[in-house]
Design a protein around this ligand. Structure first.
Ligand code: IPE
Ligand code: MG
Length: 251
C-alpha cells in the first residue's frame, strides 16, 4: 500500500462507527465518458470501473459498513448496443468468479436485486454461485442491482400485495409503509442512509425510489473509473457532518 493510501485509510477512522452510514448505495456512472475523454472505446471505461468496484467493496467490508448497494445495470440499459451489453455481462461474470475468494474471505454476503430476464445463463450461474457460497457469511452485505428498475420493483410489489389481498392473506386497511417495504426486492434491508453518485449528474435514474426517501445525497464530478477509496472516505466524512432531522427539528 502506498503512503498516501495509508494516510487516507487512517483518516477514515476519524469518523467513529456510530457516525458512519449503515447502508451506502451507489450510482456508478461515467464509465463511457471516462473512456471517451481518453479516446478509448466505452468498454475500456467499464473494464476500469471494475477496479473501482473492487476497491469500494473491500473498503466497505474493512470499515464494517452494514450494506453497500451498487447499481450495476438498470432495466433501461438494454437500449445500449449489443456489443456493449455483451461486454457488461462478461465483466459481471468475471467479477463473480475472480472476486469470489476475496468476498468469502472478507465475510461479505452477496445478494442480487433486479429481474433475471435477459441475463445470460452463464452469468446467472456465476451470480447464483457467489450468492450461495457467501450466504454462510455474516459481515458486510453487498447488494448488486442488476437489470434493476425502481418503478418495475414497485409494480412487482403492488402485484404481490394485490394478490395477498385477493387471496385473503391481507386486509386493505392493514397495508402500511412496512407492507410496501416488505414486498420490495430489498425486503429485510435497511434503507440507504447515503447515496453516492459519480460523474456529476443530479438525478436518481429510477434507483431505489422508495428506499432513498431520507438518504443523504453525495455527488462527485469524478467518473466511476476514477473513484478511489479516498473519495469514499470523503463521502463518509461529509455524511458524518450532515444534520439529519427526518422532518423533525434539530435535537
Ligand atoms: C455507468 O457508466 C456504467 C453502467 C451504466 C453499466 P455509463 O456507461 O453510463 O457511462 P456514461 O454515462 O455513458 O459516461
Ligand atoms: Mg451513464
Amino acid at each position: 500500500m502506498s503512503q498516501s493510501a495509508t494516510l487516507t485509510t487512517d483518516q477514515a477512522f476519524e469518523v467513529p462507527p456510530e457516525r458512519r452510514p449503515r447502508h451506502v448505495a451507489v450510482i456508478m456512472d461515467g464509465n463511457g465518458r471516462w473512456a471517451q475523454r481518453r479516446n478509448l472505446p466505452r468498454i475500456e471505461g467499464h473494464r476500469r470501473g471494475v477496479n473501482s468496484v473492487r476497491q469500494t467493496v473491500e473498503e466497505a467490508a474493512r470499515l464494517h459498513l452494514q450494506q453497500l448497494t451498487l447499481f450495476c445495470l438498470s432495466s433501461e440499459n438494454w437500449k445500449r448496443p449489443q456489443r456493449e451489453l455483451d461486454f457488461l455481462m462478461h465483466l459481471l461474470e468475471q467479477y463473480m468468479i475472480e472476486e469470489r475468494a476475496t468476498i468469502l474471505r472478507q465475510n461479505i454476503v452477496v445478494s442480487i436485486i433486479g429481474r433475471r430476464e435477459g441475463i445470460p445463463e452463464a452469468t446467472l450461474r456465476e451470480m447464483d454461485e457467489t450468492v450461495r457460497l457467501s450466504a454462510a457469511n455474516n459481515g458486510t452485505r453487498l447488494c448488486l442491482a442488476i437489470n434493476y428498475g425502481s418503478r418495475l420493483e414497485i409494480v412487482d410489489a403492488t402485484r404481490a400485495i394485490a394478490r395477498a389481498v385477493r387471496d385473503g392473506h391481507l386486509q386493505v386497511d392493514q397495508i402500511d409503509e412496512q407492507t410496501i417495504s416488505d414486498h420490495l426486492y430489498t425486503r429485510g434491508m435497511p434503507d440507504p442512509d447515503l447515496l453516492i453518485r459519480t460523474a456529476g449528474e443530479m438525478r436518481i435514474s429510477n434507483y431505489l425510489l422508495w428506499q432513498i426517501s431520507y438518504a443523504e445525497l453525495w455527488v462527485t464530478e469524478r467518473c466511476w473509473p476514477e473513484f478511489e477509496i479516498a473519495d469514499l472516505h470523503q463521502a463518509l466524512r461529509d455524511f458524518a457532518g450532515r444534520d439529519r432531522r427526518f422532518g423533525g427539528l434539530k435535537s
